[in-house]
Design a protein around this ligand. Structure first.
Ligand code: PMP
Length: 364
């Protein structure tokens, strides 16, 4: 896409040495400080390749373009979506300084609410952020949002930002953290993928190592994952497997990964490699599958350090996440894993559906 650049015309009042009369005839090229004629505005040599979906179509011009629903809880007020704003001085926006949670609502119940609360407060603590709302109040905020939007099945996004501050990194300059709760819908992958399985790639970009930024922290700083996701999009799919700097399988950009071989189920450990570089988010769904769902199906999940070859040679591969739930992977790069969803993945997914559509939806 060609990018047009518009430069502001230089007027006599804005030119240096103001006060000179405007020239009646076309002015001679201005001289740079060293006396050389000023070069025309430079045009970038190579326009970066742009994804169609990322192409800049217009500049957002105001709340009229955003729908009014749902109602969003922003720092203590329930406001229409088109008025749900945070300060441009918020360090969540300026630096990705903050934490968040994605939570499912099934039949009016907040699935694994307590686990999500524990992770949110634990992650906030790890980045030295004190959430100005007690966990019980945070749960109430979610219930209020669900009720206000008459939501029975949907998705909650909780965001805690460092808050508004000054134009520098110093978090001490942000006196009050910002809290946002959105109760809406989410649809991550095409519904047919849940039966046919999906194709993923192995990202060339390694996962941020634990000593740099621990991936166990669900922070607002997701660029590492987003850029790996862009790799997937460039290859015509929706997810990418991310390897640690020393080449171990960690997780995907927004989902945890499970591998099945000869009836045994494996998932990478939270910390991996001799130098403990490889890390991943301890997904609430990952833990639910490992500790509750698999045992309910008479299965066991083992943590195992894996190279990508073990994924490629698997009988079945599946991903888990709050938004994704449980979804089969049938192809990794050019390697076919299975023809459609495998039997063990199917068993787990069916049990998952049974639980989240039943009367005993766990909120613990
Ligand atoms: N890994 C990453 C990087 C994630 O962002 C997520 C959540 N989307 C997951 C794994 C899955 O975590 P959960 O099951 O808690 O949603």
């Amino acid at each position: 896409m060609a990018v047009k650049t518009r430069s502001r015309p230089r007027t006599s009042s804005t030119s240096r040495g103001g006060g000179a009369k405007p020239a009646k005839t076309a002015p001679a090229p201005k001289k740079a400080a060293n006396g050389a004629a000023r070069a025309p505005a430079s045009v970038p040599k190579a326009v970066p390749k742009q994804l169609p979906s990322l192409a800049l179509r217009h500049i957002w011009s105001g709340e009229a373009e955003i729908p009014k629903t749902p109602l969003v809880w922003v720092n203590g007020r329930l406001v229409p979506k088109n008025q749900a704003m945070v300060s441009v001085y918020d360090h969540g926006l300026l630096y990705g300084d903050g934490v968040f949670e994605g939570i499912r609502v099934y039949r009016g119940k907040i699935f694994k609410c307590q686990s999500h609360m524990e992770r949110l407060y634990r992650c906030a603590e790890k980045i030295h952020l004190r959430i100005p709302v007690e966990p019980e109040q945070m749960v109430q905020v979610q219930r209020d949002c669900i009720a206000a939007n008459k939501l029975t099945d949907g998705y909650i996004r909780l965001v805690v930002t460092r808050g508004y501050g000054t134009l520098g990194l110093d978090p001490r300059k942000c006196p009050i953290p910002g809290v946002v709760c959105i109760a809406d819908q989410i649809s991550l992958y095409k519904p047919e993928f849940y039966e046919s399985g999906m194709r993923v790639v192995v990202a060339k970009r390694p996962k941020t190592p634990i000593p740099c930024l621990d991936p166990r922290i669900k922070s607002l700083n997701y660029l590492n994952n987003i850029l790996a996701k862009v790799e997937a999009i460039e290859h015509g799919c929706d997810e990418a497997i991310m390897l640690s700097l020393d080449g171990y399988v960690t997780e995907c950009t927004g989902d945890n990964i499970f591998v099945i071989k000869n009836g045994r189920i494996f998932t990478p450990p939270l910390v991996s490699g001799e130098r403990e570089w490889g890390g991943l988010l301890e997904g609430v769904t990952r833990r639910f599958v490992k500790e509750e769902l698999a045992p309910l199906c008479g299965l066991a999940v083992e943590e195992k350090l894996m190279r990508i070859e073990e994924v490629l040679e698997a009988d079945e591969v599946f991903l888990t996440g709050t938004a994704a739930e449980i979804i089969a992977v049938t192809q990794v790069d050019e390697t076919r894993i299975s023809d459609g969803e495998g039997p063990i993945t199917n068993k787990l997914r069916m049990k998952f559906r049974e639980i989240v559509s039943g009367d005993e939806i766990p909120e613990n």
